[in-house]
Design a protein. Structure first.
Lengths: 260, 160
């Protein structure tokens, strides 16, 4: 019995210790962000490997999600003769929820796991220690550019996801199923508000970008420096980001859209 | 150096595409046209019952949208709902004996204010009050009236 309590206490202490390390690491990363102004080239390189290379999967997913959404919503709405509201239904669900959340999940799978594996392997092969020996701060040189690139990329990717998704549902709804072109856009413009829906969607994707990048760089930096440790850390990045994004999404939705 | 240039170009295109997506969401998808409040003037209308009317519901004349509901308040002296509507300045020639009614678009659609132009030569000015109004039709009340009406008709036939 006592052993059981000891095990519980041990694992909770480990959890709290890890949370504390994550928090101090986050502060350390934030403090080293200004040094990126001196070396913008590092940031550009990471924007390429995190943002540009994620573009294909985000755009293709956005297109298919939009097309499927248009098709399914049409089948339901046609029963009530209100297929003209296809535009607002698709736009609201994409801009408010699906765009930010799905982009964050794709992002952690495509870019977050790569960042964790990269930093973890650098640690396992002692590259980070070598940098420290050469008086180069690895947080400034390796972690900060990846973190900031993730934070910048996420809202851009989410906006592209939503925009491409709306175009996809337009192609299916108007092009294929015969929804009225004018009604599709005008109803959408009637129902979607700039500050209420689009700005909140951007704030959401920004928050997800912070969380996903934080988890990715921390898991890499905190990984056990072995082959197995790095692979575990990569898995943890994807799983923890999914939990964090979905939980945060519920809280943000309750705050933003709960009262109407 | 060459690869660096390619990377920078691709990053530039990525950022530009992201900004273009924001721009499209803002201009094409959202109601930014309603935000650039052109010139509007406001009228007030009093209703016994506004049904499901909401702020930002459309105001129409002859089916054409000319404005929106700006505010809804309750006057507890006169026990009426006071609806403030803002109408685009370009539609300033609305006769001041026009009537306002609350209609529903379709059976289950949203509710809107329809203005029926009167015959007066004078037009509404900013802050004017629409005198004649017709409240929203509440479905339950109509069904109630209908049932009472048929009941009364039956009774009326029986009594003589």
């Amino acid at each position: 019995m006592m052993n059981w309590f000891q095990g519980l206490g041990h694992s909770s202490l480990l959890l709290f210790e890890r949370l504390g390390r994550a928090a101090t690491f986050q502060i350390q990363v934030l403090l080293s962000l200004p040094s990126l102004f001196k070396q913008p080239r590092l940031l550009v390189q990471e924007l390429y490997s995190i943002g540009v290379l994620s573009l294909a999967i985000v755009v293709i997913s956005g297109l298919t999600v939009g097309m499927v959404l248009g098709l399914q919503m049409y089948n339901t709405l046609i029963d009530f003769g209100s297929e003209d509201s296809l535009g607002p239904v698709v736009a609201l669900s994409l801009v408010r929820e699906l765009g930010p959340v799905l982009t964050a999940l794709l992002f952690s799978g495509r870019a977050g796991s790569a960042v964790t594996a990269e930093i973890g392997l650098m640690k396992a092969t002692d590259q980070l220690s070598v940098m420290e020996m050469m008086a180069v701060d690895p947080v400034k040189r390796v972690v900060a550019p990846r973190y900031l690139a993730g934070v910048i990329s996420m809202p851009l990717l989410a906006a592209m996801f939503s925009a491409v998704g709306i175009l996809g549902s337009y192609m299916v709804g108007v092009g294929l199923l015969g929804v009225d072109d004018g009604a599709f856009w005008s109803q959408m413009q009637d129902k979607v508000s700039l500050d209420g829906d689009i700005f909140n969607g951007i704030i959401k994707s920004f928050a997800f970008g912070l969380v996903a990048s934080w988890i990715a760089v921390f898991e890499g930096y905190d990984a056990v420096p072995t082959t197995e440790g790095v692979s575990r850390a990569t898995t943890r990045t994807v799983v923890h980001t999914a939990f964090a994004v979905l939980g945060l999404d519920f809280i943000l939705t309750a705050i933003m859209f709960g009262d109407n | 150096m060459q690869t660096n240039r390619a990377v920078e170009i691709l990053v530039g295109m990525f950022v530009a595409a992201g900004i273009a997506a924001f721009f499209m969401l803002a201009m094409k998808v959202s109601n930014i046209s309603a935000f650039t409040e052109k010139d509007v003037y406001q009228l007030k209308a009093r209703f016994d019952n506004i049904g499901g009317l909401k702020i930002r519901s459309p105001v129409r004349i002859g089916g054409v949208r000319i404005g929106r509901v700006a505010a809804i308040a309750y006057d507890d002296r006169k026990l009426e709902a006071v609806v403030t509507i803002s109408i685009e300045r370009s539609h300033s020639r609305i006769p001041d004996d026009s009537t306002a009614s609350i209609f529903t678009a379709g059976v289950l659609g949203e509710q809107y204010i329809s203005l029926e132009p009167g015959g007066s030569d004078d037009f509404f000015k900013d802050g004017g009050v629409i005198g004649e109004t017709q409240s929203a039709l509440v479905l339950e009340r109509m069904i109630g009236k209908f049932m009472m009406g048929t009941g009364a008709a039956k009774n009326g036939k029986k009594t003589p």
